[in-house]
Design a protein. Structure first.
Length: 252
């Protein structure tokens, strides 16, 4: 990790092998960094390589090439140290339908080795921050999509990680629920958290992200602050920049 970066990905590559299609380069030579207290937006369409990149950073899958460190620890050589410092919100992770939100948070707190007192304190704080009081003791199978997502975020953050890796955190949410999540992520940055934020929603990138990486076809095609990207590509509108970079209006 150089110059104090909390996340440092260098030439990160992931190759899958399929019997019919042969070698698939889901992520191809991706490099970027993110400093403490910053939000890095990974912007791309479905299948662009966002989730695979995040899963490598969260140590859920091993890179085929390149290297990455999180909070100074190598994702391939020190995965347990990385997991202690990361909260990973996956777009596809399911909740246990028979548990309440409080029980869900406690379950994941125990997986991280927290004491009951610590779990209680963290649950109370997260419930307040995410506005979960009205459904904290209801079973997950009665929840709206927004309630489920707030519960997923709370269980992701129960161990108070330094780094948040959020994969499409507002996917499928209504406007008010999505605004609440965006506000919460902004507050996490204000408290010094480092956030990798994957999305295909342009407005969220504009509201949240300190730097943006445009990923398409597994490659990071452009990177910079919003102002840098606008100046470089001669466009004010982020969607127009994306279309220019990704190479066609069918890209997103």
């Amino acid at each position: 990790m150089l110059r104090g970066e909390m996340i440092d990905a260098r030439n990160l590559t992931k190759v899958f092998r399929d019997k019919k299609r042969g070698e698939i380069r889901a992520v191809d030579d991706v490099s970027f960094t993110c400093e403490p207290g910053r939000i890095y937006g990974l912007l791309g369409a479905n299948g662009a390589g966002k989730t695979t990149t995040l899963r490598m950073l969260a140590t859920l899958i091993a890179p085929s090439g390149g290297q990455a460190s999180v909070a100074g620890f190598d994702v391939a050589k020190q995965p347990a140290r990385v997991r202690d410092r990361v909260g990973f919100l996956a777009a596809s992770t399911a909740l246990y339908a028979r548990l309440t939100a409080r029980e869900t948070i406690a379950y994941f707190g125990r997986l991280h080795g927290l004491t009951d007192d610590a779990i209680g304190e963290r649950t109370a704080r997260l419930s307040e921050e995410l506005e979960m009081a009205e459904f904290l003791d209801r079973r997950v199978d009665t929840f709206s999509t927004g309630m489920k997502q707030k519960t997923s975020i709370a269980r992701t953050l129960v161990h108070d990680p330094e780094v948040l890796i959020l994969d499409e955190p507002t996917l499928g949410l209504d406007v008010m629920a999505a605004r609440g999540i965006v506000r919460f992520v902004r507050e996490c940055r204000a408290r010094g958290k480092t956030v990798i934020y994957s999305t295909h929603i342009m407005s969220e990138v504009e509201k949240l992200c300190d730097r943006v990486g445009i990923i398409h076809g597994g490659r990071l095609l452009a990177e910079g602050t919003l102002d840098e990207l606008r100046e470089r590509h001669g466009e004010r509108d982020l969607e127009e920049i994306f279309v220019k970079v990704a190479g066609g209006e069918g890209a997103l």
